[in-house]
Design a protein around this ligand. Structure first.
Ligand SMILES: *[C@@H]1O[C@H](CO)[C@@H](O)[C@H](O)[C@H]1NC(C)=O
Length: 423
């Protein structure tokens, strides 16, 4: 009775198809339909790979995501034993604002790292502004604010301040170099995030601070399908330690997309959220803190392929109730991205004639997952012959992605949800 299907490489998803053995053993119908899709795609050749991202917006989103994955790899490598969070879109936006103040040479260096160099989009800043506006629609549950903080003593050029404000609506803030800076920066971000992100600067900036890009993100997405069992405490297994007790949410017959990647040793589930957002969980087979293989596989193309390859199933889904807060300085990671030369000579000539230096790169994220959702899971059996379950009860990696544009809103590695618990 049991048929196991493995899907072999057909363009344009050759790499993906090879790596993913989909969990099809129990769903004859699913496997057949996917085989047909695969057939239909054959003969497209490499063109389709090139055309994966076709509009200025999706190309930009792919570039920002690739920058984000690169930055995330640096962050994860810096803190191998720690849970980390990153909002790539927010940091892309912050560095894009900064690049507006650079000489042509320095702008090129920055754009290469931001992965903009192949876009050939002369409207880049407008494409980005419009994309940010659509991502920040309240229905997506995501918001981000970016601001460049600049020491007044640099004799800032008004033209730059005006240009950034005109393009992105966020005028760089002048730092006076005293203790009041911390409060005014924190108050501004708190107000801009509707009170959700407080204390972006946990400590005062050093008096000598010159250029400080800051990006802040808040996420409270809503699931498409709600969870009926909430707040139960459950074990979260830890690598080499006794399990932690955490609150979980649970729902049977939950509609998700799923795939098993045997090369990466993990099972991937995509959970749909409101307004085209989804959350991907990468759950290793083992309880481990080592996510190197998964981290190294992540690119915009890989995840786009995943979105096209995962299969719809219904399962018993158990997720941690997450309330996370993470704050960090990303300055030390920029060299690893190829910016060490730029850091020596930022050439931010449109900001100031005094060769300003980057002092710190502030990033803070607050996110929550709550059980709410607009739909109820169907109570009628889904027709699957086997009931599956997926329990996120050990260290995992996750992404939050805007599906229509492909933008990576958040990425995180959670070794212990309590590490980043916000009160
Ligand atoms: C993590 O996993 C990778 C790939 O399996 C391996 O090469 C590496 O040595 C591991 N790192 C540690 C610290 O165990």
């Amino acid at each position: 009775m049991l048929h196991c299907f493995q899907i072999f490489g057909a363009s344009p998803y050759v790499s993906m198809m090879k790596r993913i053995t989909l969990l099809l053993c129990f769903w004859g119908l699913l496997s057949i339909s996917s085989a047909q899709e695969t057939d239909a795609e054959e003969g497209g050749g490499e063109e389709e790979v090139v055309n994966l991202f076709t509009t200025p917006r999706t190309k930009l989103a792919a570039a920002m995501s690739d920058f984000g994955y690169n930055l995330f790899r640096q962050l994860a490598a810096r803190d191998t034993k720690a849970s980390v969070l990153l909002s790539p879109v927010s940091m892309s936006a912050a560095f894009t604002q900064l690049s507006m103040g650079a000489s042509e040479r320095a702008e090129k260096q920055l754009h290469r790292v931001l992965r903009y160099h192949n876009l050939h989009d002369i409207q880049l800043h407008d494409t980005l502004r419009d994309l940010l506006t659509s991502l920040r629609a309240s229905t997506k549950g995501f918001s981000s604010v970016e601001r460049i903080l600049l020491a007044r003593k640099l004799r800032l050029k008004l033209e730059y301040l005006n240009a950034v404000e005109k393009q992105y609506g966020e005028r760089p803030q002048m730092l006076m170099g005293g203790p009041r800076d911390q409060k005014s920066v924190n108050d501004w971000f708190k107000q801009q995030t509707g009170g959700k992100v407080d204390r972006v600067l946990a400590t005062p900036l050093p008096r000598s601070s010159e250029v400080v890009p800051a990006g802040v993100a808040y996420f409270k997405g809503k699931w498409k399908t709600r969870f009926s069992q909430v707040g139960k405490m459950d074990e979260f297994r830890l690598d080499g330690e006794a399990p932690a007790r955490i609150a979980v949410m649970q729902q049977s017959n939950y509609p998700v997309k799923m795939g098993i990647d045997s090369d990466l040793g993990c099972t991937i589930v995509q959970v749909p959220m409101e307004d085209g957002v989804s959350m991907y969980f990468f759950l290793p087979d083992e309880v481990t803190q080592n996510f190197t293989l998964i981290e190294e596989a992540l690119t915009a193309e890989f995840v786009q392929d995943l979105a096209n390859t995962l299969h719809s199933v219904h399962l018993q889904l158990t997720l941690p109730v997450l309330k996370l807060s993470y704050s960090t300085d990303l300055l030390g990671l920029l060299s690893g991205l190829g910016l060490s030369e730029w850091l020596e000579n930022t050439d931010l000539i449109k900001i100031s004639a005094q060769t300003p230096k980057l002092s710190t790169v502030r990033h803070k994220i607050v996110m929550e997952t709550a059980p709410e959702g607009s739909q109820y899971a169907s109570t009628t059996p889904s027709g699957q012959s086997l009931s599956l379950s997926y329990r996120v009860d050990r260290p995992f990696l996750f992404l939050v992605r805007d599906e229509p544009s492909g933008t990576l809103l958040l990425i995180g590695k959670i070794l212990n949800p309590r590490d980043l618990a916000s009160v």
